[in-house]
Ligand binder design. Structure first.
Ligand code: ATP
Length: 323
């Protein structure tokens, strides 16, 4: 668990504020014929990390942009740090950090200059050199933005979002395109934010990222919330009632389920394994093994399996690719 480990940013946010960091009620946004967000509710309490997960086109970026004040909702209410992101935009700007894909408008500017510029907007910024060190960008201080690699640009965008000591940070796919080392660096930094009481709303396609970092995961599809909860709530709810069975030769799952009796189902998974769903008891394991033995089927694996977040996600949003 990365949480509470790693570096500290050294600016502790007060948790004793009553309004949530983000509160969205009934958000709707239409683009022509396309309903991007369709009555979405979401609450991010102060000092927590919330990960928005969803297939391509699910409405994640639209939701985040409504919070950042870049988009006017068609209906619903959005409050950020207790304020209206559009009407109170000037007051909010200094208190939130936004990680922009593409890093801003100065492709010729050097990395160090860009960060210094972002720092100049804050009354009490973090030390830019320290932040560049933290993100492994020290050697790129004099590199023009357009010459940075994709991963370096991504990390610089994160540094720009954080340098003003924001109370709340919006991170849109913060580790997209990063190599494994850089991803761990960024994960540590996000954990450090949480340890300092900073609230984080992030979107990601990486299920392990959401599982590692988030206090709360919200899965959206077709602009609506389809599931939400702590990672362990989403994956663990059914961990005690699934048996994963791998066999050397195929079996008929319906026949096995019928033999096990009422209260049991058996499904064939995509990887060739079977899942027996029902009360997980010592008797069940013995019965499944005996059923295989009677049919001369070699059971190569029999495990009390925990549903992965990926299974939960695919189950809720379907397995087909979105465009
Ligand atoms: N400015 C826009 N004009 C027209 N359609 C838009 C606009 N912005 C978003 N959409 C559409 O709204 C829907 C939701 O888009 P959004 O970018 O919010 O999804 P997303 O969940 O962030 O997707 P991805 O994971 O691919 O980034 C998509 O169908 C998208 O094409």
């Amino acid at each position: 668990m990365l949480r509470r480990s790693g570096p500290r940013l050294g600016y502790v946010q007060s948790a004793s504020v009553s309004s949530p960091a983000v509160e969205i009620r009934g958000l709707r946004k239409q683009f022509g014929e396309v309903t991007a967000v369709d009555g979405l509710d979401l609450v991010l309490p102060r000092g927590q990390i919330l990960a928005l997960l969803g297939p391509n086109g699910a409405g994640k970026t639209t939701t985040v942009e409504a919070c950042e004040g870049f988009l006017r909702p068609d209906a619903g209410q959005v409050r950020v740090l207790g304020l209206d992101p559009i009407a109170d935009n000037d007051r909010l700007r200094a208190r939130i950090g936004v990680m922009l894909q593409g890093g801003g408008a100065y492709p010729g500017a050097k990395a160090g200059e860009m960060l210094a510029l972002c720092a100049a907007y804050s009354a009490d910024p973090l030390d830019p050199d320290w932040l560049l060190d933290m993100l492994g960008l020290r050697e790129n201080v004099r590199t023009p933005y357009r010459r940075l690699s994709g991963g370096q640009q991504q990390r610089l965008a994160l540094a720009c979002a954080l340098v003003g000591r924001p109370e709340l940070v919006f991170l849109d796919e913060p580790t997209a395109g990063l190599d494994a080392h850089a991803r761990i660096l960024v994960w540590e930094l996000i954990s450090a934010l949480r340890a300092d009481g900073v609230s984080v709303l992030l979107t990601t396609h990486l299920l392990d990222e959401a599982e590692q970092l988030a206090d709360e995961i919200v899965i959206v599809d077709h602009g609506r919330v389809v599931a939400s909860g702590a990672p362990t709530d989403l994956t663990g709810a059914q961990s005690q009632d699934r048996l994963r069975l791998l066999t050397a030769t195929p079996i008929d799952p319906d026949e096995l389920a019928a033999a096990l009796g009422a209260g049991y189902r058996c499904e064939r998974g995509t990887s060739g394994a079977y899942a027996v769903i029902g009360a997980l008891t010592p008797r069940l394991i013995a019965d499944v093994a005996a059923w295989c033995a009677e049919r001369d089927v070699l059971a190569t694996e029999l495990t009390a399996a925990q549903r992965s977040l990926e299974e939960v996600f695919l189950n809720l949003t379907g397995a087909e690719v979105r465009r």
